[in-house]
Design a protein around this ligand. Sequence first.
Ligand SMILES: *Cc1c(COP(=O)(O)O)cnc(C)c1O
Length: 481
Amino acid sequence: MRSHLLNDATADRYRRSVSEGVERVAEHLAATRRPFTGITPQELAPVVDAVDLDRPLGDTSAALDELQDVYLRDAVYFHHPRYLGHLNCPVVIPAVLGEAVLSAVNSSLDTWDQSAGATLIERKLIGWTAGRIGLGPSADGVFTSGGTQSNLQALLLAREESGAQDASKLRIFSSECSHFSVQKSAQLLGLGREAVVPIPVDRHKRMQSVVLAAELAACRAEGLIPMAIVATAGTTDFGSIDPLQEIAALAAEYGAWMHVDAAYGCGLLASRTRRHLLDGIERADSVTVDYHKSFFQPVSSSALVVRDVATLRHATYHADYLNPRRTVAEQIPNQVDKSLQTTRRFDALKLWMTLRVMGADGVGELFDEVCDLAEAGHALLAADPRYDVVVAPQLSTLVYRYIPAAVTSPAEIDRANLYARKALFASGEAVVAGTRVDGRQYLKFTLLNPETTVADIAAVLDLIAGHAEQYLGETLVHAAS
Ligand SMILES: *Cc1c(COP(=O)(O)O)cnc(C)c1O
């Protein structure tokens, strides 16, 4: 069994095994004609169930053959131009190369003595990101597993910085369209169900700063403490960006921590034409960036960046076996001092390889392309009498719903849209997402693939209309009979 350990003696097996795997995936990507096969959990579960984990195949080729059946054939492929579902991006090759390297070396980013250069690379990327945000000379941060963890850590720092003795008095303000991890974090931080105050959005789905101002005043008047304001720079559903300058001014006035959740919109940091959409982000106390959304990185790749390195101490604990206090005096860089995680992947290497091969402008160009595509898609939807589209996109999402020509009930329209989404998924021809707006069922394109064309969007809209019409036709026949 030692021949399976990766070391000096097994370099050849490593080369062969990994090459064979890369070959299979490459073949598969080249042959994929649809984003999904449409398989159901009921169909796939027995295939996975049939594998006896106590009877190994002992052979890489055989395991890869099996993998074909249990995973590769029926996976959902984000690289396909008609995958328009959630906030998943196609990945860039330099990042995938980075992924292969970081797994093989397997550095752990908790301490210098488990990582060496990897720690310095991560730090440099954090510095680079903070520079793009404009956070100033005291900025720092750490890579995380995703936006959820970044938001949790940001709110932990905010809670500690508030200095409040009574956590039940703390309030967090975020738009009604903010990510649910804000609420989850509040709960994990022991702040209670009342802690998050949802602020209504305007017709562009951006936080109404006038209401925010009123809520902050009411909070203070009630003797409560405005702990943090979470501005979303790119809401998950609409890509709408809250008014960052106005929020920054209010945060300063009320002494609240300003967190910008730019999990989605962070790609603008690399854009040569749209960076101004994030103006005001440089006034934040902390920022969440998900490189695995708009920097075309494989999952996971995310970071929390803070204005003041000192605030990261709220996540610092010392263990004699790992990062004893003396290491601070010895200036040994142990990233665990800043992180909620202990053992941690060297995800930063993927972004490093990306920037070294393509450069930031290269990434920004790709993100600009999908934002342009969203504008074109919006024009298409706005001109199409079959569809109602919610807002003009600031980033790359479109939320819309099919409206039949014949008069029918709102509930029936909801069902037709839901049916169309499910039927499309089952056909595997395209994948779209869904959401609710003002209580009604809508559909959603999240455009993150520069290979998607306006013609793809038009074709998918025809498919959706076809499914919705079929549903309505069948229910009419049903009602008549
Ligand atoms: C996706 C998203 C998150 C959560 O990030 P994960 O990486 O999925 O944990 C948080 N906030 C916003 C605005 C998001 O779009």
